[in-house]
Structure formats: structure tokens, C-alpha cells
Write a protein that binds this ligand. Sequence first.
Ligand SMILES: NC(=O)c1ccc[n+]([C@@H]2O[C@H](COP(=O)([O-])OP(=O)(O)OC[C@H]3O[C@@H](n4cnc5c(N)ncnc54)[C@H](OP(=O)(O)O)[C@@H]3O)[C@@H](O)[C@H]2O)c1
Length: 289
Amino acid sequence: MTASTDPERRELIVVTGASTGMGAATARELARRGFHVLAGVRRQVDADALRAEGIEPHALDITVESDVTAIADRVARDPMHRPLRALINNAGIAVNAPVETLPLDEWRRQFEVNLFGHIAMTQALLPALLQSCGTVVNISSVGGRVALSTYGAYAGSKFALEAVSDAMRREVAEFGVKVVVVEPGGVKTEITERGIATADRLSAAMTADQLHRYGDLAEAVKAQARSFTAGGVTAERAATVIAKAATASRPRTRYTIGRDAAVLVRVARLASDRLLDRMLRLNLRPHYA
Ligand SMILES: NC(=O)c1ccc[n+]([C@@H]2O[C@H](COP(=O)([O-])OP(=O)(O)OC[C@H]3O[C@@H](n4cnc5c(N)ncnc54)[C@H](OP(=O)(O)O)[C@@H]3O)[C@@H](O)[C@H]2O)c1
């Protein structure tokens, strides 16, 4: 691997959703390791904050076709003809509400970002990844293995991302392209408070009957999410796992981040649905007011 001071930075890595949280930390970790990172951001202010040696911010909303095409062109026309070592599909949002109450356009928004955006990026960058025998890293979640109450849309998008990753890994392995899933548990980033703001907006739109059915549940889930995050790992710690997934020559198919994720993923694999229902209910109980 090239040293961080190497002016040539011989390989490219694309990171989506690099304005905050794990994406920003991963961009910095990979630049430190000597890669040239194309860091996807949506605002100029984030580009200015992120720009550094080895980090080139690039305007990128993964749901906007012209943005996706533009970053693929940037990779294809790299002036130094550097190979694309990895694409890290990290951008994500949390749209949480009970299944009954979540409007269909919100379901679509959740899937547009957490699933279709990643597929669009992967399709656009696959020619470069095929040339370089590179790696696709899809940032899923422990929610890609276990669907908590009110996480139907979020977990649905992450379960789907897991399935797409499995299918694609089996399709492209023989061409030397690796597909890796990363499953974080609680990580201290912006997503929790952003998700809670969205959940509050959605709760405010519930009917009186729906609020009667789900109001207390929604509040308990918010409190639980805050405590998961408070007990979670730092974005920098998460970034070391993501960087390993992106750069290992023989990566595992899946990496968890944090002890909570490692435990929950294992429990979910072993427990029956009914047992898991009971365990999750018990876990949520202390968070009711
Ligand atoms: N933190 C956790 O506890 C946790 C746990 C499991 C999984 N994850 C997953 O980890 C990933 C990173 O999240 P994070 O925790 O680091 O949260 P975060 O700090 O909120 O970062 C999310 C990033 O996604 C970007 N983004 C949102 N919509 C986008 C779009 N349409 N196009 C491009 N970028 C978009 C955001 O950009 P803007 O600033 O422009 O909105 C931001 O850079 C997500 O996929 C999330 O689901 C997080």
C-alpha cells in the first residue's frame, strides 16, 4: 500500500454519503492509508469541510441519475488512469414508522436511497471495478438481519440490500470482483437524530386511532435508538472495519461492527421467530415512559 504522503496515491476509492458519520470517517481513514478518495457529498459546505490531501469531494446525490453518471465519468477519465479499488455504498437514511402508518411515498424514499441508489452506483461503476478486480462494499445494518418494530421500511431496504449483495457476489466472483456487506450496530453518527426528526414528523401525521395504537411504541423505540447510539462505537472505529472490508485482498462476505451487532446477528440466526419476538419485546420494555 502507498504511504499517506505518496503524492501519486495510486488507487481510487469512491465513498458515498461522506458529509458526516461513517462516510466522512471512512474517507479520512482511506486517505490516511494512501488512497485517493472520491467522497460523495450533496452540499458545497460539506465539500469544503472534507477536502484534504487524498480526499476529493464530488457532488453526489445517489438518487440523481446525472450525479451518478458524473462520478462514474470522473473515475473513467481519471487523469492518472488509476484503478478503482473499491466502491463504498454508505449513504443512508432512516424512515421509521409502523407499517400501517407510513405513506407509500415515504417507503419509496427509503428504498430510493438505501437500495436503488446503491444499485445505480454499482451499475455505473462496475465497468471500472471489472477492470481493476475491485470491491463493492455495501453498508447494511444489523437491521439487515433483524427487523425491529417501526423499522419496517429501513430494515426492508437493508434486508433487500443484503439479498442483492449475495446475488451479485455470486455473479461477479468469477470476474474477480468482490462484494462485501458491512453490518454496523450502534455507531455514534448523525443518523439517529435525523431519523428521530423524521419519525416525529411521521408521528405528527398519524390519525388519533393510529396514535392510540402506536404512540407509546414510537416513543419507546426513539428512546431505545438513543441508548443504542450512546452505547455504540465511534464513526472512526467503524471506519477501520469498513476500510478493511474495502481493501482486503480476500475479504469476508460480511463484517459486523460493534459487539451489539455481533451478538444480535448471531442470536437472530439461532433463535426462532417467536423467541426473537419475546426477546425484542423485553429489550424494548425499559424504554417505555
Ligand atoms: N449509525 C448507526 O448506528 C448505523 C447503524 C447501522 C447502519 N448504519 C448505516 O450506515 C450508513 C452511514 O450512516 P451514518 O450512521 O454515518 O449516518 P449519517 O451521519 O446520517 O450519514 C448519512 C450520509 O448519507 C448521506 N445521504 C443521505 N441521502 C443521500 C442521498 N440521496 N445521496 C447521497 N448521500 C445521501 C448523508 O448526506 P447529507 O448530509 O447530504 O444528508 C450523509 O452523508 C447508512 O447506510 C446507515 O444506514 C448506521
